[in-house]
Write a protein that binds this ligand. Structure first.
Ligand code: C2E
Ligand code: MG
Ligand code: MG
Ligand code: MG
Length: 277
């Protein structure tokens, strides 16, 4: 009986695996040409200061669509790009677009923003990352204080000392770093200080039920208080309702990002929003 169930499970597993492998291959093959076929776009989501009510930052988020596949979510294609190594050229493309966009908005006389760009752990671990980032800033003419790199807690998992070295190099070049999806990665709090991090992005899974769930309330409140005593800025992700906003304001969270204020926007729409302010 056990054997039969086992064999059945195995067959089922294989079919699912085959399907996943086929989709993966399809994505990777298409991703190879995404840049040259002009299929990638960057959208920008405002980050708002709760103190001033103003937009103080933008997160660059990648979008991909092809005639054959339609729009593919980054949740699906970023892992495919990571596993295939394509995240290196694609990530560099995003970084350059975002840095260029920040420069364009500065030149247009819009209020200065910090441009936040997501960095994959694979990009983070490539030896020349700090000099590549500095090179792009130099070529696009953007001072480093206008850039923030979003890292996940996972970057430090394999090699904490290597991560500290890279972060020290970025920090020494004046580039800010934040920890994305904070609270989901079990990172050691004692590391935070060594990591030269500037901001914690509280993961949206804690924010979602913040107005009803006592545990989530306690977690978010603890993160904000800990961050403050370490001298770190906090931003809550995925803020959708006024109830969530009220709680975060009460807890003295510094910034919010989410549909309550705005979805990620194409550059023209983002600019229109800034001009309206
Ligand atoms: P993330 O960096 O944590 O980005 C936040 C995600 O939450 C974005 O999803 C954003 O559109 C979404 N979001 C923003 N406000 C709300 C809200 O109020 N409610 C809800 N439910 N969602 C909200 P998106 O754009 O689909 O990106 C998903 C993930 O893909 C990102 O999570 C990031 O990990 C990754 N990603 C996106 N662009 C890039 C990129 O250029 N490079 C890398 N390495 N990763 C990227
Ligand atoms: Mg992010
Ligand atoms: Mg996040
Ligand atoms: Mg995420």
């Amino acid at each position: 009986q056990v054997k039969r169930a086992g064999r059945h499970d195995f067959r089922f597993f294989t079919a699912a695996m085959q399907q996943r492998a086929a989709r993966h291959l399809q994505l990777v093959n298409a991703l190879r040409y995404a840049v040259e076929r002009d299929q990638l776009r960057v959208v920008y989501q405002p980050q708002v200061s709760l103190k001033s009510g103003r937009v103080v930052g933008a997160e660059a988020l990648l979008r991909w669509s092809t005639p054959e596949l339609g729009a593919v979510s980054p949740v699906e294609f970023i892992p495919a790009a990571e596993e295939s190594g394509l995240i290196i050229p694609i990530g560099e493309w995003v970084l350059r677009q975002a840095v260029r966009q920040a420069r364009v908005w500065l030149d247009a006389g819009l209020p200065p923003l910090v441009m936040a760009v997501n960095l994959s752990a694979i990009q983070f671990r490539s030896a020349d990352l700090p000099s590549r980032v500095a090179q792009i800033l130099y070529e696009e003419g953007l001072p480093p204080e206008y850039l923030e790199l979003e890292l996940t807690e996972g970057v430090a998992l394999q090699d904490p000392q290597g991560a500290i070295n890279t972060m020290t190099q970025l920090h020494d070049r004046g580039i800010r770093m934040s920890i994305d999806d904070f609270g989901t990665g079990f990172s050691s709090l004692s590391h935070l200080k060594k990591f030269k991090v500037y901001k914690l992005k509280i993961d949206q899974s804690f924010v979602r039920d913040i107005s009803t769930d006592a545990e989530d309330k306690a977690i978010v409140s603890a993160i904000i208080n800990m961050a403050r005593s370490l001298g770190l800025t906090t931003i809550a992700e995925g803020v959708e309702t006024v109830e969530q906003l009220d709680f975060l304001r009460e807890q003295l969270c510094d910034e919010i990002q989410g549909y309550h204020f705005s979805k990620p926007l194409l550059p023209e729409a983002f600019r229109a929003l800034l001009e309206k302010e």
